[in-house]
Design a protein around this ligand. Sequence first.
Ligand code: DAH
Length: 374
Amino acid sequence: MSVDARTRIADAADLNALEAVRVALLGKQGSISALMKTLGAMAPEERQARAPAIQALRQEAADAIAARKAALEGAALEAQLAAEALDLTLPAPETPRGTVHPVSQVMDELAEIFADLGFAVATGPEIEDDWYNFTALNMPESHPARAMHDTFYFPDGAPKGGRTASSSEAVGQQQGRMLLRTHTSPVQVRTMLAEGAPLRIIAPGRVYRSDSDATHTPMFHQIEGLVIDRDIHLGHLKWTLETFLKAFFERDDIVLRLRPSYFPFTEPSVEVDVGFALADGKRVLGGSGDAPGHGWMELLGSGMVNRRVIEMSGLDPDEWQGFAFGVGVDRLAMLKYGMDDLRAFFDGDVRWLAHYGFSAFDQPTLSAGVGARA
Ligand code: DAH
């Protein structure tokens, strides 16, 4: 092969240039192809003498082109790999970014504590229909308790709930008006209707009320508890709440006071207060609220499920009884971790989150402690 052909192959900068060289040498009109054609016109002896050299030349050119092609393709692949490489040896950022919000952490803590007591987690929709949110909880249309809930209703004419009226609903009452649920209690009704009895559930989630100041936000979090079984009484309720609160606050000296109260969906209803001591102007839970330097703080609402609610949820109240409770999750978080302004929970301020948030590695477990900070 001529020096010229060799350098043209070697100098081809890319696959297109190489192809042009190949066509010029070996293509139909190529110079080596032209040499091959001269063989046909030669006398047999001459052809025998010249053919090996010409064929070797063609082979040499073809080999050189193939080698150059492989080299160019290899380089292209290297370049592509280098450009697309992901360097997994990059160091992690010096400070981990992102934290688990205290509300999420507390909900995980509660799920862990109640799982140990045999409670499953149930959920329901945040866009609810007023039968579940009120009527089935023994708050018919004109019930005064409805007014206390500062409900966000959807405009009239919004799509209605898909529920089919149950036989126990009063005739003529407005059905299916849509609202943002004002509490997690409708999950009681939904779960009883869906699963029957016996039942042990907690239902954590967002609830909405048209209310806003340092201790109220239009959206906040509750957790509902419901136990339905045979022969359930107030003693079960008190033991369950005591066990839960001792585990949650990680103190054995939590003392509860049950005060008669009123909720339409429980009978009797009790408001549960927890004893605290004042230390440096701060409330520290523990001990009887009647002790010197102590006081009682209202913590949650509860009671024996009203038989009308059990009935409207499709169960026979002579066979099944139960207790229920509802508590503000944000408030529990504030009490346990010492925040004093609820609004900051929902501001998304990274400084607040860095301070009050949790490491993703700090999973609450009963064995390791549900409140231990990493
Ligand atoms: N649903 C009530 C509220 O949001 C809280 C509550 C009170 C729930 C008593 C209960 C209960 O399950 O038994 O104000």
